[in-house]
Design a protein around this ligand. Structure first.
Ligand code: HEC
Length: 312
């Protein structure tokens, strides 16, 4: 069964995974091998019994004696090899290797190095030569080369994974999409869901202008993704879209919104919120509530100061 198992792992191409995991039918094959082995054992035992009962009493005795010897010698080869590999002299023969000095009764045996140890040593020499030739003489890949190959492979794997798992993104991991196909998809989503409040091209209506430098809830892909997914401040009208749109769609519409930056659509709504500089700092929506009221106060103050300037 073990042989059958490894043979199948060897010949069945299952990529990275174990063949037995990828093709559960192998369990069935192994099960059949198992029953076949049991059947074989039973047949052999039955044959033996039949042949045995046909023997003369004398032959029976001989047979049993031979069986006993065979039983005793079972694994004899391994036992002999083991003793040989240890290389120790039996105690009865120690007199052959005792050295002739004697320190107050302490004597020394001149034991040879155990063979298992010397063989390992030879193996390490062969390995060292092969290693040296491969890496130094024939310029095998250095650790840095190997590292770079691994990283390149991993990056391909990550790209592949991202392509197949577009909906695994969140506000932390999202990246701005630039592919025209994604932007076009984002535009469709925007036209279907968002224009009622943000107007065509993001000019702003009930919702704020999405094309200017100012953001109430923070600009940049991470914040915009977060706003669209979780919604705006309570009571303002911007709902959380995460139950209507898939993460991949939110990424597309958020990227479309960011692509509108600086487009200056006609009838644009006046800027609201702060000028956004760093595209990546996430914003706490609740903290922002306080901030933006402050901004409003400041703006009003500025307006007041403006109006009482002598020139006005
Ligand atoms: C019912 C009206 C409405 C709809 C529909 C709507 N929004 Fe909004 N949106 C708003 C309002 C109101 C705000 C301001 C929220 C606030 O002040 O907290 C807002 C804020 C935003 C912001 C943050 C703007 C800023 O300055 O921080 C983004 C981004 C946004 N919306 C995108 C979208 C997208 C994308 C859709 C479509 C999936 C959408 N909105 C649909 C009303 C709407």
């Amino acid at each position: 069964m073990i042989l059958a198992f490894f043979l199948m792992e060897l010949i069945i191409d299952s990529g990275e995974a174990w063949a037995i995991v990828k093709y559960p039918v192998i369990w069935v094959v192994l099960g059949m091998v198992f029953f076949f082995a049991i059947a074989l054992e039973i047949i052999v035992a039955a044959l033996q019994r039949i042949l045995f009962s046909g023997l003369t009493p004398e032959a029976k005795e001989n047979y049993l004696a031979a069986e006993k010897v065979r039983e005793q010698n079972r694994f004899g080869w391994i036992k002999r090899k083991y003793v040989e590999m240890l290389g120790a002299k039996p105690m009865s023969k120690e007199s052959e290797i005792v050295l002739d000095h004697n320190y107050d009764g302490i004597r020394e045996l001149d034991n040879k190095l155990p063979p298992w140890w010397t063989y390992l040593f030879y193996v390490s020499i062969v390995f060292g030569v092969a290693y040296f030739v491969y890496y130094e003489v024939f310029d095998g890949p250095s650790q840095i080369d190997e590292y770079e190959t691994d990283v390149a492979e991993a990056q391909v794997a990550i790209a592949e994974f991202k392509k197949n798992n577009k909906d695994l993104i969140d506000a932390e991991s999202v990246e701005q999409l630039t592919d025209p196909a994604d932007i076009a998809a984002g535009k469709t989503i925007f036209t279907e869901n968002c224009v009622a409040c943000h107007k065509d091209g993001g000019a702003g209506g009930i919702g704020p202008n999405l094309t200017d430098d100012n953001w109430i809830l923070g600009g940049g892909i991470k914040n915009v993704f977060h706003t669209v997914s979780e919604g705006g401040r309570a009571g303002k009208g911007m709902i959380a879209w995460k139950s209507d749109l898939k993460p991949s769609e939110i990424a597309q519409v958020a990227s479309y919104v960011l692509s509108l930056h600086g487009t200056n659509p006609p009838d644009a709504k006046a800027p609201e919120g702060d000028i956004w500089t760093d595209g990546n700092t996430p914003v706490d929506v609740n903290a922002k509530t306080v901030d933006s009221t402050q901004t409003n106060v400041e703006t009003t103050n500025a307006a007041v100061t403006d109006s009482i300037k002598p020139g006005n």
